[in-house]
Design a protein around this ligand. Structure first.
Ligand code: CTP
Ligand code: CA
Length: 230
């Protein structure tokens, strides 16, 4: 962590960070959701605030305490996350999408609690694809000069390595930076540590060795601040 002598290189900047995982309700008590502790997003919000930024933290189902000096907007679903992020992005210098939005939602939400059938059968759930928030704010930019950052957790598969898939995702989303976690060796969920590569749309790659989520947050803001300056 940085001390009282921390640089104020984000002073006067407005930044938006999303954190946590969204939930899509089937009925009033059940949801399908995306697993995310919110630790990396909260570390990003705290790091930006410590560097002087005005921070809006859009938080989906996170149980961590509110970071000091940060505006927190609470959401549950991907559509609510989209609404809050798009609204805050209109005036933002930078946006970091650290949240894990549920990619799918049930096509219908039952107002009444779904009851179990006596015959042991289970209901089929029809799903629809959710909007892609990162792609939307990147392709349809409110401010052409804003720096937009996405995250990707990849394992690599038969079609490509972790970095191949990440490069393709960066191009598809249209964001400026993509923070890539290699999760093939096991999950990083809930861990205090992280290890990543920050890929840039211009082809640059910054490797971040295993370290705290706060340390990774500062590397990400360094890359954002460089783009403000340049
Ligand atoms: N993201 C988003 N809206 C979505 C899904 C993802 O804004 N509906 C953002 C995430 O916050 C993250 C980035 O996109 O910053 C990459 O998320 P990821 O789940 O890796 O991308 P997907 O396009 O959903 O691809 P995949 O099929 O690999 O899940
Ligand atoms: Ca996804």
């Amino acid at each position: 962590d940085r001390g009282a002598d921390a640089t104020q290189d984000l002073a006067g900047r407005k930044v938006v960070v999303s954190a946590g995982g969204t939930r899509e309700y089937l009925d009033p008590v059940r949801f399908i959701g995306n697993r995310s502790s919110g630790l990396q997003g909260y570390a990003l919000a705290r790091a930006a605030a410590s560097r002087g930024a005005h921070v809006t933290l859009v938080s989906a189902n996170v149980t961590l305490p509110d970071p000091a000096g940060v505006s927190v907007v609470r959401v549950e679903t991907t559509e609510q996350l989209r609404e809050a992020v798009v609204t805050a992005t209109a005036t933002a210098d930078a946006v970091v999408m650290a949240a894990a939005p549920a990619d799918f939602r049930p096509t219908a939400v039952s107002e009444a609690k779904i009851k179990k059938a006596d015959d042991g059968s289970a209901p089929a759930i029809e799903l629809a694809q959710n909007p892609d928030i990162l792609a939307e704010i990147s392709h349809d930019r409110a401010r052409p000069d804003a720096v937009i950052v996405g995250f990707a957790a990849e394992t690599g598969d038969a079609t490509g390595s972790v970095l191949d898939l990440a490069r393709a995702k960066l191009a598809r989303k249209g964001c400026d930076l993509l923070v890539v976690n290699d999760v093939s060796g096991g999950a990083v969920f809930g861990s205090a540590d992280n290890e990543a590569v920050v890929l840039a749309a211009d082809g640059a790659a910054v490797e971040v060795p295993r370290g705290s989520k706060t340390a990774l947050a500062h590397v990400i803001w360094n890359e954002v601040a460089r783009r403000f300056a340049g």
